[in-house]
Design a protein around this ligand. Sequence first.
Ligand code: KG4
Ligand code: ZN
Length: 337
Amino acid sequence: MKILGVESSCDETGLAVYDTQAGLLAHAIHSQIAMHAEYGGVVPELASRDHIRRVIPLTRSVMQQAGLTLGDLDAIAYTQGPGLAGALLVGASFANALAAALSIPSIGIHHLEGHLLSPLLATPRPEFPFIALLVSGGHTQLMRVDGVGRYELLGETVDDAAGEAFDKTAQLLGLGYPGGPALSKLADSGQAYRFKLPRPMLNSGDLDFSFSGLKTAVLTLSRKEGVEARADIAAAFQVAVVEVLAAKCIAALKQAGLRRLVVAGGVGANRALRERLDAEAAQRRFEVFYPPLELCTDNGAMIAFAGALRLSAGQPAADGRFGVRPRWALAELTCPA
Ligand code: KG4
Ligand code: ZN
């Protein structure tokens, strides 16, 4: 089965073709980061309009890369939610119109399920069950994953998401938007232990997180220490986040009695986090899996892949009607068949 994936929930237009026999055949992303940068955040209306401009050229480009024509497609998967309503509608309308024109099924995918299953696109591929750490711009969750659609929420952030904390802290340090990658780069040139920032909820005894206090601590510290301490502050912030994330992953593995950890979402691209988890895994004898680096942030491949898994498992395709779900809890998902 060859399936086209369409992602448009936020500020990236992502298209991909996944083949259940041959794997990922092609994927392409257009990021709107530069367009939103001058506003310091995503402007929803601008995002929708840009998705409209990009979706058809990107589709042509992935079809060509895959060496296929539209007639070769067996199904189309699109991000149905959660995300920006207008942005989601662009992808959903495009996907459903194309599916109708080609007389093939369409399937709406939960964006976070896409992230959650994306480590299965890498080799080696983790087996179910596993613990998943989902760390993106909008979410920080620990989940037990027993199969497609079988997700149990173990803990989550009570305020900011990890990516949001990176972005807001980067902004405080004058690094622009979105600051995660820039902050991480700056941190690499700083000393992580010159300043000691709090480890929020490290000993809370549960699997929840809190990152908003850390941002305030950074603000206070950077006012006191000034701009020349920026790299050390960035490094202190990064190590604080990484330590809390790693500790809660280990606690989740212990609590569930599992030895497989999967990391997904944009912050999963963070090098310090990967190094820390790899070291813990070696020492504590568990396995850790990541999506391919370019598939950590939003992309169409994870949507095509999740669609392929659900359709292959027997989930009936949509009946031609469709709607988007800007707010949609992962816990509402069910098994495909
Ligand atoms: O998963 P994603 O692309 O979008 C959402 O669904 O939210 O994640 C984007 C988030 C942003 O907050 C971005 O700053 C963060 O992931 N991010 C990083 C890195 N790369 C992306 N944070 C820390 N270090 C990175 N290398
Ligand atoms: Zn995402």
